[in-house]
Design a binder for this molecule. Sequence first.
Ligand SMILES: O=P(O)(O)O[C@@H]1C[C@H](O)[C@@H](CO)O1
Ligand SMILES: O=c1cc[nH]c(=O)[nH]1
Length: 311
Amino acid sequence: MSTEANNNEKSKKEGHGAVILHNPNVKEADADVLYHFALNTESHNFKDMFGDVKFVCVGGSPRRMGHFANFIMKELHYQLPAGQALTNIAKATDRYALYKIGPVLAASHGMGIPSVSIMLHEIIKLLFHAGAKDVLFFRIGTCGGLGLEAGTVVVTEQPVDGLLRPQMDMQILGKVVTREAKLDPDLCEELVSCASIHDTFNTIKGKTMCTMDFYEGQARLDGAICEYTEEEKAEFLQKCYNNGIRNIEMESLCFAAMCHQANIKGAVACVTLLDRLKEDQIDVSEKTLKSWDERPAHLVARLIKNRLNIA
Ligand SMILES: O=P(O)(O)O[C@@H]1C[C@H](O)[C@@H](CO)O1
Ligand SMILES: O=c1cc[nH]c(=O)[nH]1
């Protein structure tokens, strides 16, 4: 049986909408430690704490996700119990930040695939232990655009790696293991449909190139090392554009591959900070950056509100 058929079979057995763990070791263990979130199934009641989670929103920076947590709390008109303030659940560690706002979990994931991978392993286990079902995942991030006005939001149709392949290659036990990087097409459409004609920015769909590095991996000329010419850079980025790639970032491939394996519907929306066909350096004011940062969050907030029937 193919891995995908196997996943579907498991999904049926474990109940529709359940988060799938492809790991008998964790399922059979008496206790589990989520080290990078400073959480432990022995000292925390995951079912009570996280059983009602329906939306997980992730992004690189802990500060951005803290702002997002406050923003979504207002958007959902969510009232914290009297005397309580919104706190970082993972405050005992400085690896990631974690906030819960009713059915929404907001977490930071740091930069790049290794960092987002650790975060997703632990968040997926958290949801499994909590018995959460029908959970949607969103990555709200920043990126470099290709042929787009800076500030445009790109919703990823298909992530590809630095070789333009829709797959994530991992090195496990001395071998290359290839995983499909698949996002949910309906969720992608639903997120794009949350764009409004009143928005002061454009929202488009496109392929996203996910790289292992910000500088050479993204064909920049301004890293500490660069062994290609400006012409070679331009030729490669043009090839990406011609292949339907509209933005470049560093997490979507792993996000898509892990969501797909875990039976979770995921979507990625990133705001472009510059047009990589024109420039390499991000040189925008802090104020502009902050307002651009919030754009993917606005789309996701609208989707969540629609789903929860909140006006
Ligand atoms: O979610 P963020 O904005 O961190 O995503 C992109 C990709 C890298 O992590 C980082 C590089 O500046 O920004
Ligand atoms: O150019 C950019 C901007 C943000 N994030 C990236 O990965 N690349």
